[in-house]
Write a protein that binds this ligand. Structure first.
Ligand SMILES: Nc1ncnc2c1ncn2[C@@H]1O[C@H](COP(=O)(O)OP(=O)(O)O)[C@@H](O)[C@H]1O
Ligand SMILES: [Mg+2]
Length: 278
């Protein structure tokens, strides 16, 4: 299994609520290889976010990972000590959420917030951390990084803040980036810019991307493989061509029928032309 960086094996995560057990993630298995972009799609409530949180052991109460394995380079994260998990969250597997779920600290400048993990996780001094922050902001397409560094989060637009969060996720050279609807709130042009940048980062560094979205246009353009989730289970898995051309599950077919067309014009619904070259 050379090249596999993450193996999710029969992962189960349940919520123990007063009204009963909710099987949010009910036995899913998939692999992610180095430098690969894997899409996880599925309707709202199908368990995508919970399954991602389970990978990093961040499932909120009353949820609990009740079974399975999450092998990161062969190491089972579900058995790892908490201090090891902190290391992994710092620079092994980075996660970017849709903005409302994430917290930029409102009392710190953007530059200081970006520099902090570089100093703590990578041991950089102030000067080199500042330089690296400017580089990172350039990478995510910020025009005037010095100026943004001096601003507070409320002074930046939603799109800027989302780029900052992505810069933060990339800053410690993660091996896997999990983007959970990370660009959903942004306009189509900005989404494409950010996803281009993310896949560019993946090509440059060999990092893998777990792209959680319900936008099949994005999947068609950026993903190597697709997993379709429905009611806590994977109902469809394969390369983009396999899943899009031979979708079996009713949900996948519905999803394919309402593709927001940010993808290339040469990709056709259910057509035999396959996915365009990246
Ligand atoms: N805090 C919680 N308490 C109880 N159930 C929850 C909680 N969080 C999520 N769930 C359940 O887990 C399921 C999956 O949620 P989620 O992973 O957020 O879906 P998705 O990201 O695919 O929209 C939901 O149907 C919901 O019922
Ligand atoms: Mg979600």
């Amino acid at each position: 299994m050379a090249g596999v960086v993450l193996q999710v094996d029969d992962l189960r995560t349940y919520f123990y609520t007063s009204r009963g057990i909710v099987r949010a993630v009910d036995g899913i298995s998939y692999d992610i290889e180095r430098a690969e972009t894997v899409a996880l799609v599925g309707e709202s409530g199908s368990g995508k976010s919970v399954s991602a949180l389970a990978i990093l052991r961040l499932v909120p109460y009353p949820g609990k990972v009740v079974g399975g394995r999450v092998l990161f380079n062969g190491e089972d994260l579900l058995q790892a000590p908490e201090n090891r998990m902190r290391e992994i969250r710092g620079h092994g597997i980075a996660m970017v959420f849709q903005e409302p779920m994430t917290s930029l600290n409102p009392t710190m400048t953007i530059g200081a917030q970006l520099a902090e993990p570089l100093r703590f996780h990578l041991g950089m001094n102030g000067q080199s951390a500042r330089q690296r922050v400017i580089e990172l902001l350039n990478t995510v397409g910020i025009q005037d990084p010095e100026r943004l560094c001096r601003s507070y989060p409320h002074q930046a637009s939603g799109g800027m803040r989302q780029r900052v969060l992505i810069a933060m996720a990339l800053s410690c050279n993660p091996e896997i980036v999990i983007a959970d609807e990370a660009t959903t709130a942004l306009d189509v042009t900005l989404q494409a810019q950010i996803l281009d940048m993310l896949t560019g980062f993946s090509r440059q560094t060999g990092a893998s991307v777990l792209l959680i979205t319900h936008n099949m246009g994005i999947v068609a353009r950026y993903a190597d493989k697709i997993n379709v989730m429905y009611e806590g289970k994977l109902v469809e898995s394969g390369t983009c061509e396999e899943v899009m051309d031979h979708a079996k599950h009713a949900y996948t077919l519905r999803l394919l029928q309402c593709v927001p067309r940010i993808d290339r014009k040469d990709w056709q619904l259910g057509g035999g032309e396959g996915r365009p070259e990246k």
